[in-house]
Design a protein around this ligand. Structure first.
Ligand SMILES: *[C@@H]1O[C@H](CO)[C@@H](O)[C@H](O)[C@H]1NC(C)=O
Ligand SMILES: *[C@@H]1O[C@H](CO)[C@@H](O)[C@H](O)[C@H]1NC(C)=O
Ligand SMILES: *[C@@H]1O[C@H](CO)[C@@H](O)[C@H](O)[C@H]1NC(C)=O
Ligand SMILES: *[C@@H]1O[C@H](CO)[C@@H](O)[C@H](O)[C@H]1NC(C)=O
Ligand SMILES: *[C@@H]1O[C@H](CO)[C@@H](O)[C@H](O)[C@H]1NC(C)=O
Length: 449
């Protein structure tokens, strides 16, 4: 890979090398602002995977029927990474994880589930020992697989200008997960956040999660859900990706797109693949995850699952993406990654930025997990959410969250309670119906999920 020229023939050669690449048996590490597999730079070429859609609470890594159906097709597509939004930590994941490993595919996993997640309206009420037990137990389960590339501490919890306060708890949870991994898992596994691209405060969000003196509280990577490159007429400049590269140039840890692939116009041609894996981007970005593998109601799919669930049909988007991956080699050498970049200074409070630079301490009743492990993985029944009576303010960041622990959400299922859950589930999901997600879209387009 290091010595090829970029002629078409060589790119094809490079691709064959890539697909025949060894199973995902070497753990991915972070060096400077890049990922590495051994001594070789690792670029995420991946897809987001939530068969059944975001309202389906199934666990795609516990279902050997669907994962044995899909993983060979993913391999054919030419990916090396899969993002999964929710799992049941009490299920067995050995078979699907092994199939992924054999196919050379790494996993980036969201540790939250709808009932165990950070509530963006009442973040401190949701920051309790029961919640932490759940996500630490998930780390125990997936930390044993070498092909677990990383964990998302949360997804799009802050998604508007008025809920930036919740980022404080995202940062505390990121810190707790890193400390738990250091204490209880036998290798470092990167932890980061998947951010909504909110134009008004996107830089504060990125800076905040990599700022300050406490290195435990700084993410190991940062990821952005970005739908700003739309169609063949877009470009590095028109999409604004050039500005993003410029803005994040001295960001100290790896950055990648945790969702991309604007679907207007359709079918998608994925011209952005060429840009994403070129040196225009690779000094700052480490690839990305296309949203999403299976066709669901919001029409971002690459494959259509048959009604009986037995087969999948590749859609035009699949063929177009496979072709783009096939013809797009990674840059030679190290792609211009950087080391020795420093932490940011923490963003000042403004109208559009209200997160606290002083983080809440680990809830006292969760400290036992750090010392002795999380114990049994209890699965998704029940929950850790506590929705206080209406009119109640959230707890302060030095509040005692032990009272919140153990009380499950009182009112899940209503649009309001659902929309409050800081969980990746709701990306493009039923809970977001009618919610306008501000994104840096070309031509001022707004996406309504
Ligand atoms: C933010 O504004 C939305 C309406 O735009 C509202 O539903 C929500 O409760 C507000 N959140 C906070 C934390 O104030
Ligand atoms: C780039 O940074 C500026 C200044 O912080 C910010 O206003 C703008 O939204 C950023 N643009 C992009 C595309 O990230
Ligand atoms: C597993 O996947 C198959 C194929 O999509 C589906 O029919 C089945 O219902 C799934 N099982 C569970 C427990 O979700
Ligand atoms: C990649 O392109 C080459 C040359 O066109 C072709 O032989 C090969 O089958 C392609 N691989 C995939 C996975 O599309
Ligand atoms: C999630 O919480 C709600 C409200 O407490 C509850 O009704 C539901 O059964 C929980 N979900 C699961 C999978 O346990």
């Amino acid at each position: 890979m290091r010595t090829i020229s970029l002629s078409a023939a060589a790119a094809v050669l490079a691709f064959s090398t890539l697909t025949s690449a060894a199973a995902a048996t070497t753990a991915i590490t972070v060096k400077g602002n890049a990922f590495f597999r051994g001594n070789e730079r690792f670029y995420i070429r991946g897809v987001d995977y939530q068969p059944g859609g975001s309202s389906n609470l199934g666990d795609p890594l516990a279902n050997t029927t669907s994962c044995s159906r899909d993983i060979p097709i993913m391999q054919e597509l030419g990916i090396n990474t899969l993002r999964v939004y929710t799992v049941d930590n009490s299920e067995n994941h050995d078979e699907c994880m092994k199939m992924l490993e054999d196919a050379g595919i790494y996993l980036i996993l969201d540790v939250n589930t709808p009932n165990f997640s950070i509530n963006r309206e009442f973040p401190m009420y949701s920051y309790n020992a029961k919640y932490l037990q759940h996500i630490f137990a998930t780390i125990d389960v997936f930390g044993q697989y070498t092909n677990t590339l990383g964990f998302f501490s949360a997804n799009e919890v802050t998604n508007m200008v008025n809920n930036t306060r919740a980022a404080t708890v995202v940062k505390a949870v990121t810190r707790d997960m890193k400390q738990y991994i250091a204490a209880q898992v036998n290798r470092p596994i990167p932890v980061g956040y998947s951010a909504a691209d909110v134009a008004e405060n996107r830089m504060q969000m990125a800076e905040y999660l990599d700022c300050g003196d406490d290195s435990d509280a700084r993410g190991d990577f940062y990821a952005i859900n970005d739908y700003s490159w739309c169609g063949s007429k877009s470009s590095f400049q028109i999409s604004g990706w050039d500005q993003k590269v410029k803005n994040y140039t001295d960001y100290a840890v790896p950055i990648f797109l945790s969702e991309f692939g604007c679907n207007v116009p359709s079918p998608r041609v994925f011209a952005e693949i060429e840009s994403l894996y070129s040196t225009d981007m690779t000094g700052v970005f480490s690839g990305g995850l296309v949203y999403e593998f299976t066709q669901e109601d919001n029409k971002f799919g690459l494959v259509q699952v048959s009604d009986d669930g037995k087969t999948v049909e590749k859609l035009t988007d699949f063929d177009n993406l496979a072709k783009m991956y096939n013809s797009t080699a990674n840059p030679t050498g190290d792609g211009g990654y950087q080391t020795g970049l420093s932490a940011k200074s923490c963003p000042a409070a403004t109208d559009v930025w209200q997160a606290s630079n002083t983080l809440p301490n680990l809830p006292a009743d969760a400290s036992t997990y750090m010392k002795s492990g999380a114990g049994k993985a209890l699965g998704n029944s029940g929950g850790s959410q506590y929705i206080p009576p209406s009119g109640t303010e959230d707890l302060s960041f030095d509040g005692d969250t032990s009272t919140a622990s153990g009380s499950a959400a009182a009112s899940s299922g209503t649009a309001e309670a659902g929309a409050a859950f800081g969980n990746s589930e709701m990306v493009a999901g039923t809970w977001w119906i009618g919610v306008i997600v501000p994104m840096a879209a070309v031509a001022g387009a707004m996406f309504v999920f």
